[in-house]
Design a protein around this ligand. Sequence first.
Ligand SMILES: [Zn+2]
Length: 1084
Amino acid sequence: MGGETKPVMPAAHFPRLAERPVGKQISSIYYDRLRQFTSTGQYESHNLMAKMYEGRASGSDWVKLSVYSPPNLARPTFDEATSHEFRDTHVGEAFGPSWSTHWFKIKLTVPAELRDKELLEFHWDTHSEGMLWTEDGVPIHGLTGNGERTEWILPDEYRDGEAHTFYIEMACNGMFGNGDGGTIQPPDPNRYFQLTEADVVAVNTEARALYIDFWIVGDAAREFPHDSSEAHEALQICLSIMDTFIAGGGSNKTIKECREIARKYTGNVDSAKVYDGDKEALVTAIGHCHIDTCWLWPWAETKRKVARSWSNQCDLMERYPELNFCCSQAQQYKWLKMYYPAVFDRVKSKVKQGTFQPIGGSWVEHDTNMPGGESLVRQFVYGQRFFEGHFGQRCTTFWLPDTFGYSSQLPQLCRLAGMTRFFTQKLSWNNINNFPHTTFNWVALDGSQVICHMAPSETYTASAHFGDVKRSVTQHKSMDQDATSLLVFGKGDGGGGPTWEHLEKLRRCRGISDNVGLLPRVKMGDTVDDFFARLEKKAEAGTKFVTWFGELYFELHRGTYTTQANNKRNNRKSEFLLHDIEYLATLATIKDESYRYPKKELDFMWEAVLLCQFHDCLPGSAIEMCYDDSDKLYKEVFKTGEKLLADALDALGFDRDMSSNNPTVAVNTLPWQREEALLAPGMRPGVFKDGHGLMEWQHPCAQNLEVATIEETSGGDYVLSNDQFKVTVSDGVITSLYDYEADREVIPKGGKAAQLVLFDDKPLFWQAWDVEVYHLESRTELPVSKSFIKDRGPYRVSVVTETQISENSWVRTTISLAASVTSGKRRTAAPSYVELESEVEWRESMKFLKVEFPVDVRNTEASYETQFGVVRRPTHYNTSWDMAKFEVCCHKWADLSEHGYGVSVLNDSKYGFATAGNMMRLSLLRAPKAPDAHADMGRHSVRYAIMPHQGGLDHRTVRAARAFNSPLKLRKHPEPHAVAPLLAALKVTGAPALVLDTVKRGEDDEDVATGETMPVKGGRCIVARVYESLGGKARGRLEWGPIPVKKAYVCNLLEDEGEKVEVNGEGIAIELRPFEVKSFKLVL
Ligand SMILES: [Zn+2]
């Protein structure tokens, strides 16, 4: 049986005889040949590159140039600059030095032979950045230099044969500053930039399009698997294009034919229509421009970078309707509004159209390791309020593509600030372990989660290469759950954003996906929010995204917890200052109706502190100029802050100076009682005890104050003791720390606590950023050369030790023990501690200074304070993940505890720490030479303490560390008893792990709000923020004493009212999850 089989006849024309030998293509040679078509060099005048332009006009007949060079590296405004005389100049002249500005006046006439050409551009290259301004002072186009973004499309009205005038503001820096002999090297202050091109150019648009066709089809040939038919086809298409071009002599007609050949592979890619059609696209491409708020250039340059970059994007959107562009950092928008209102309005109109998308919800793209909890809160408060106030929308995606690791409470804070999504990619830089997910749920210490996506292309500055699109799937690690991904493209770090080339390349990639397949389909026109919304929908429909609990520890840049110590110290100090001002100013508004809550000044201070938390500023990875800037700004912050503090204390009735006969009191701004012996300069020794809010001075004799004693033994050792500890200092280090009550030695046999150690510190590349694991091998103990007694008691005893590090560097450390005021109830009160204060003269090169505390405590995990909580990290090197954490970030304390006993190390300004086995090590100073050649050189002062404690880690450490950073403020007050109830009014009772962290007035209150960003809402309230600090469910009461609170609500970080809470007497009952942050609005 069988059907009718039709015989297949041989093709009639298939030749019988082989005409000539035909060889198999030698693959490597034919691949290499592709380069000939578009490369510069020996074939440039014969290949496609020779056909890119149809005409060019240069010289003063067509482009007449004059220049004004402002003195003293000034960056004048347009009006100021153009009011000066301009002198003639010409192509070939060089301008400088580094960081100077030069204003060019350009009179341009299009010659007759170019007027009818399809596309006319002005090409300008000074190998530095620049901004093009219209004659009447509107900035319209940013220039990058060095052959990149050097073109400006001439408006059609320029084709009239008349001379047209415009200006270029030239900045004497490259996109990445002025690094001397390498990008991250310190700037060369004396760089000059030559003007090499100022031409009118007619572009051969088809040749330009063919260039991109050939690039992308060539990439398909190279990057598709070589065993795929798609790769072979791409190669043949490219070879055919080259052969056709050669055969036709590269004529315009031939170029059109070549494009036809390319279309066989790409389809028609000459418009945004390529994205029409509803086939499923796995890759959502989004334009982006990462502008480091400071890095290898100062803030002043960033302001200009923002205007350059964003005006170009607005322009690009008009020519490429598929472009959606997102940009973060409210600070940059604010600068744009202040200095470039015309560009800001242009951005605003694009935001309205939906193509320009503010994202991130934070003030800057900040570091997340070191800012305090409330700083993280305010990044969102100031960011979201700016975006809402100016664009009518809050962000839903937290955006930190470049920040150096992500602390564990961020998901909780995001959720409390209206954001459910998080984007980054930085963990792809890990140099030890490969982070295992790209799309997952990231879970905070309290259990809150956000959906996190890390772009599989592993970049936030993709050049929209074929390979970026391909890697969006090949490097996707979460495809079991979902295969979609974001492709974030556009020049970045120094600004820039997408270029027309990126957009042309992506059109071709999409064309290939639709026409040939194999390449993941890329779509444009969606927002980041659209992308995340689809993931959330999927989760709703049952997709179980993988979870990651706790911090996203970044396995690189561990030196950033220590570099630029002064900046970090300023951060810590300003955070505490801001806390105290807000707390006291809030109380002052209750006491004194005429007192004005200093919202405007607080906004200035917060915005400054938040700015300095930018991810190259606070971590210490910027150039010296940036730290000159931040030093100046912090100085303003402290000056303003001291005044605000004094004003608030005035309003509360305190005396301005200490000379009156009024009673001496200590102001305690912490929400719990303190008991401290205080030796104020020029005062009788006093004890401040049992006080909450206001603590009265009491004569030590009236107290059961155990004195501290010191003696020098015959062997030259010093023994310091109070009623809790006996401390032996031998050869300048602590060789014994005996806890009387626990009857326990804290230092292991042979151990040396407070030992200064020096490490050789030469990371693989990123000096200021990295400390590499091998630095540990170079540990050298620094011997103490001299020690002597400084304080002999009875309230404080101390020994001074002197250590010479090298010829130019030394450390002088004061080891002290204070009299204990907690006699008789040690278990409940703050334990005593051994305090150390080191003054360091630091003149080293590529060295790392640390101080060690070996302790007789054993645990496989140590605890470190993080924002609103505790992170536990291994003390061993079992796995590569454990070992990667050889240097970690802590806030005010680190703790190593075993069952029943432990030791905390407190600090007043440090963030780097390591616990290896039973060795606790506080990182003090580094000495990187790039990108700041003088980082950390000079004098430093740091306080730290070793605090042994019976029992495990608990609220005593949390409170002691806070008090250690918040010394009591001594003042005089005529009637302390009258103001004491108000100062003690706000507190949390119940579980001691509950911390009343922040007290402030409502952002939108009628007597507080400035109305500048957001409308004044009216009403008056106090916002109180509480968190659970140790990781257990906690109940208590938030109390307000005599403050006339009418109603209470739970609110989020943005102070939106949530559920009402029943007021019960002068307070409310509260209950918090482990590590929960909860804010309350107390309506007055
Ligand atoms: Zn960055």
